[in-house]
Ligand binder design. Structure first.
Ligand code: AGP
Length: 607
């Protein structure tokens, strides 16, 4: 995924572009650059590495009323200055930034090479730029439309031309692109937190739409360049979401925002004694007719789905499975109108998850999207929608969004069983009472921050760490393993506690760290057996458990206990805080880039 920002207005574009790139850096940080319209010329400045490298190159003299910027997560071509965006056409008339993948770029590049075009980079984006120049006959909009017709794949494009001062042309297919109008000028961006100023109107470009932005006007067109009208969305822009507010890292800030994020999510769907999902429109008839539920996602969203599978089956009795989106989309899954496919995504832009949603819709399944980013591609494509209310999440490693995903799934599990009429009033009241109390339980877990920081000292030099658990403890183990792995670069794997002995236990040797998530009372003795098996082979145990079980562990074990008496089903809401803080401190102690881990991006908008 890459980040795009563009500005045209009455002020210098450079500060807006640089602020935008800093706010978009979580979308990719291999390289970055800006292109500025100067008098009948285009000035391009690019650097490899983080935005800070580009900031060092920006001088106070740089001034333009119009420009575009880009921060890159490499797909075609290694991270380098020559592959960095913006790209210039051969005669330097067009400059372009792109988010997406042009799947037929090699064929087009071959054709253009035969016609004498030379390429400075390995990117698919430069191919588009040279094709623009080839197709240009004096009208940039018609030239862009003709060029797009030749492309296969995904794109969000911002384009400037040296003869059209203060004008930015935009186009979009399968990658997000938004247009914002503000009192300080007009913007194009990958997401609306990037502008750094409040945009009173936000327009979401739809697939195949074009836009022409000037200082004073926003014009929209269909792919035949016919003018179209678009309706603006007003977006509750929360600047503080994209600031650290005194925390060292966005990740820690977002861990501490979880009590309020959780409360905002629950309060959005529970009021007056009942749970309702207005944008999901679930009828009792639909719920009672469901034969199977697939919960689909990637990474942490998939892990939320694994949790959801357990509690939806436990409460509603509806057959449910959790699926990895990149597998689901290429499988031959039996889907029909009695199947519900729930796709979970924080960004709403993950290519594999979008493809899974499209597959489900094409096969006539009922679909529901659980998404955090309003106006995202998935939110626009969803038949049924439930927003998590986590707010803007900047750190690449998700925390509050994951927590809000399992919060929505918990509410949904209660809702579905209630719709099926199998939930007694007493049980429903008990479950809801517990759900409503979890924000304070989460708050309490944050007080473990210091002891988890010291525990991190004992894990920070490990090469391999294994996580084990059963049922919802296993779902939590998956998330704890990924969190630690992706920000500390320690190899971590999660296994069902009963599965380790079927092979992987051969890797356990003296001192191997094993994190045992054993919060569930109903199967604690079984998980304890798994713990004893690995201890017998030398493992060093870190247990995430309850105070009542502490006496069953030895002084040689690290024992982290949750602070509230939460039922088995909802115990992950407390346990996940310890795992997040443990991961965070371990990564900090290893000197890792906590908010922007190597090789990662906040959302993977390519296959
Ligand atoms: C989680 O910490 C990772 N950053 C990653 O696994 C993420 O959950 C996954 O890429 C899915 O992203 P999405 O929720 O935006 O679809």
């Amino acid at each position: 995924m890459c980040g795009i920002i563009g500005y045209t207005g009455k002020n210098n574009a450079v500060p807006y572009l640089m602020t935008g790139l800093r706010k978009l850096e979580y979308r990719g940080y291999d390289s970055s650059g800006i292109a500025l319209q100067m008098a009948n010329d285009i000035f391009v400045l690019k650097r490899q590495g983080k935005i800070s490298e580009l900031e060092k190159a920006v001088t106070p003299e740089l001034f333009s009323f119009c420009g575009i910027g880009h921060t890159r997560w490499a797909t075609h071509g290694e991270p380098s200055i020559r592959n960095a965006h913006p790209h210039l056409s051969r005669n330097s008339s067009f400059a372009i930034v792109h988010n997406g993948i042009i799947e037929n770029s090699a064929v087009i590049k071959e054709q253009l090479s035969c016609e004498g075009y030379h390429f400075l980079s390995d990117t698919d984006t430069e191919v588009v730029c040279q094709l623009l120049e080839k197709n240009y006959k004096g009208n940039p909009l018609l030239c862009i439309a003709e060029t797009l017709n030749a492309l296969e794949g995904s794109y969000a494009l911002a384009i400037i031309h040296k003869d059209y001062p203060k004008t930015i042309f935009c186009a979009k297919k399968d990658s997000p692109l938004l247009i914002g109008r503000s009192s300080e000028g007009n913007f194009v961006f990958s997401d609306c937190c990037a502008s750094g100023v409040h945009c009173e109107s936000i327009y979401c470009l739809e697939d195949y739409e074009l836009a022409e932005i000037t200082q004073s006007s926003l014009s929209f067109f269909d792919k035949e360049c016919n003018p179209i009208e678009k309706t603006a969305r007003t977006v509750a822009f929360n600047c503080s979401d994209s600031e650290k507010n005194g925390f060292c890292h966005y990740m820690l800030k977002e861990i501490y925002e979880q009590p309020s994020a959780y409360k905002n999510t629950v309060n959005a769907y529970y009021s007056g004694g009942d749970i309702s999902f207005p944008l999901a429109r679930f009828s009792s008839k639909l719920v009672c007719g469901l034969e199977h539920i697939y919960i689909v996602g990637c990474g942490s969203a998939y892990h939320a789905g694994v949790y959801g599978r357990y509690i939806i089956e436990e409460l509603s009795g509806i057959s449910t499975s959790a699926e990895i989106a990149s597998e689901f989309r290429y499988g031959n899954v039996p889907l029909n109108e009695n199947t519900l496919v729930i796709v979970i995504s924080q960004s709403g832009e993950t290519a594999d998850s979008i493809a899974a949603l499209e597959l489900a819709k094409s096969k006539g399944a009922q679909t529901l999207c659980i998404v955090n980013v309003e106006g995202s591609t998935m939110a626009q494509k969803a038949h049924r929608l439930i927003y998590t209310k986590a707010g803007t999440e900047i750190a690449v490693a998700t925390t509050k969004a994951y927590l809000c995903q399992i919060a929505v799934l918990s509410l949904l599990a209660v809702f579905l069983s209630d719709k099926k009429g199998i939930l007694s009033a007493e049980t429903k009241e008990k479950l809801i009472k517990e759900i409503l109390s979890l924000d304070s339980a989460i708050e309490k877990e944050l007080t473990s921050n210091e002891c988890l920081c010291s525990l991190a000292d004992r894990l920070k030099n490990a090469e391999h760490i294994y996580f084990i658990g059963r049922n919802t403890d296993y779902a939590l183990s998956l998330e704890g393993s990924l969190k630690l792995k992706e920000i500390s670069y320690i190899h971590c794997e999660a296994y069902p506690a009963g599965e380790l002995k079927h092979g992987t236990i051969s890797l356990i040797e003296k001192g191997t760290p094993v994190v045992a998530v054993c919060l569930r009372r109903d199967i604690f003795p079984k998980t304890l057996s798994g713990i004893k098996e690995v201890k017998a082979r030398g493992a060093k145990i870190t247990a995430i458990t309850r105070e009542e079980f502490r006496p069953l562990f030895g002084h040689e074990d690290n024992v982290i206990t949750i602070k509230s008496d939460i039922c088995d089903m909802f115990s992950p809401f407390a346990g996940v805080i310890a795992l997040q803080l443990l991961s965070y401190h371990t990564a900090v102690k290893r000197g890792c880039e906590v908010d922007k881990p190597r090789n990662l991006a906040k959302s993977v908008t390519v296959e």
